[in-house]
Design a protein around this ligand. Structure first.
Ligand code: NAD
Ligand code: DAU
Length: 351
């Protein structure tokens, strides 16, 4: 692909900013357009290192606005879309489900319509939807999600992502649109909004605030370093066949309480605290409603067919993540000073 115009949605968010940075730096021959509404979770500070790159442009806009999208596609003649824009936090979806339907379902269908109207039958144009392993539901003590696992979403967030996946596949099957979907496990790394478990815990430990662990901390998540996810998206975008799906994950399952204990150990070391000091902040709180017990991704298909492998061990990735948060106080202060965190603190106390 030379001189392609690629629209990346949600590029000011956590994963999107890593994908935009990778594509802008690795492919100077592509023009990268970052479309983002800049909700509480989107922050242009995430991309300050590449904001003046000649092949990068930011467009502020809402994917729920179909007319805006149609004009955008007409004006810029994109060759491909990598769609990450979404409401992404499960707890928020429990209190505000409709916002998730609007952005994740209606927003995705608006994008599909805008792409189809512009691209017509041109199968060289690609629509890549970045999705989640949560569409598969919850596992018991054993087994893993494969690409064949039946969809069984439980939260309003995962229901909205499952719905958007179904629409993307329907546009392939019905209209012949060139689509690809990937379903990834939990990401961690820099620029992660501190409402999610790992950055929330780092921030709270740093400020000597309670670290809320839902239920008994027995739930299991399968953690992948965000830069490894961005590299997987690069490989899948370029190599996958139209209509195909790939699971992305690092074979890295951890109980929440073990993640938090490991983080506490790292934080004690980094902050020069006596061993065991940060762990005193662990506070068991009311469980999340409908809390999925365990996620585990089988990414054999991606590893064998497309040659992707995760590069980083969890302990090393966590330490790098802690280092990033400790040396980016201004970023943390900025993103936690907005309206949303006030709302968030209130929610936490009510749980
Ligand atoms: P995030 O919440 O950090 O970022 C989402 C971005 O989308 C933000 O920049 C936000 O401003 C933007 N956005 C939200 N609503 C919008 C709208 N209506 N119009 C335009 N932009 C809008 O999310 P993330 O964690 O980076 O996740 C990105 C994508 O990856 C999501 O689709 C999510 O479902 C998926 N995913 C996330 C994870 C994870 O662990 N975080 C794992 C697998 C898949
Ligand atoms: O699996 C992929 C998904 O991972 C993505 O699709 C979502 O966008 C992303 O937010 C993430 O969802 P989770 O719900 O797994 O992530 P979260 O960080 O919110 O929670 C991780 C685990 O930690 C989960 O079992 C709930 C628990 N938890 C979370 C928070 C915020 C706590 O125990 N305490 C907390 O304060």
């Amino acid at each position: 692909m030379r001189n392609k115009k690629i629209l990346i949605t949600g590029g000011a968010g956590f994963i999107g900013s890593h994908v935009v940075r990778l594509f802008v730096n690795k492919y100077p021959e592509y023009d990268i357009f970052n479309l983002d509404k800049l909700t509480y979770a989107g922050n242009l500070e995430n991309l300050k290192d590449i904001k003046n790159a000649p092949n990068y442009r930011f467009v502020k806009g809402d994917i729920v606005d179909a007319q805006f999208l149609n004009t955008l596609f007409k004006n810029y003649k994109f060759d491909a879309v990598i769609h990450l824009a979404a409401e992404s936090h499960v707890d928020r979806s429990i209190s505000e489900p409709l916002e998730f339907v609007m952005t994740n379902v209606i927003g995705t269908v608006n994008l599909l319509n805008a792409a189809r109207a512009e691209w017509k039958d041109d199968s060289t144009k690609r629509f890549y939807h970045v999705s989640t392993d949560e569409v598969y539901g919850a596992l018991g003590d054993s087994g893993m999600f494969t690409e064949e696992t039946k969809y069984d979403p439980h939260s309003p967030y995962s229901a909205s992502k499952a719905s958007s996946d179904h629409f993307v596949r329907a546009y392939h099957d019905t209209y012949g649109l060139n689509v690809v979907i990937s379903n990834c496990s939990n990401n961690y790394g820099s620029h992660h909004f501190p409402e999610k478990l790992i950055p929330l815990a780092i921030n709270n430990i740093k400020h000597n605030k309670p670290v809320p662990v839902y239920g008994k901390g027995e739930n299991v998540r399968d953690w992948l370093f965000v830069e490894d996810h961005a590299k997987a998206i690069d490989v899948i975008f370029h190599k996958a066949k139209s209509g195909d799906t790939y699971n992305v994950g690092g074979h890295n399952e951890w109980k929440n309480i073990d993640v938090i204990n490991l983080l506490c150990k790292i934080m004690d070391k980094k902050l020069g605290r006596p061993a065991g000091e940060s762990a005193k902040l662990i506070t068991f709180v009311k469980d999340r409603a409908g809390h999925d017990l365990r996620y585990a991704i089988d990414s054999t298909k991606l590893q064998e067919e497309l040659g992707w492998t995760p590069s980083l061990q969890f302990e090393e990735g966590l330490e790098r993540t802690v280092d990033w948060y400790l040396s980016n106080e201004e970023w943390l202060r900025h993103v936690t000073s907005g309206e949303y965190m006030k709302y968030y603190d209130g929610q936490y106390n009510k749980r």
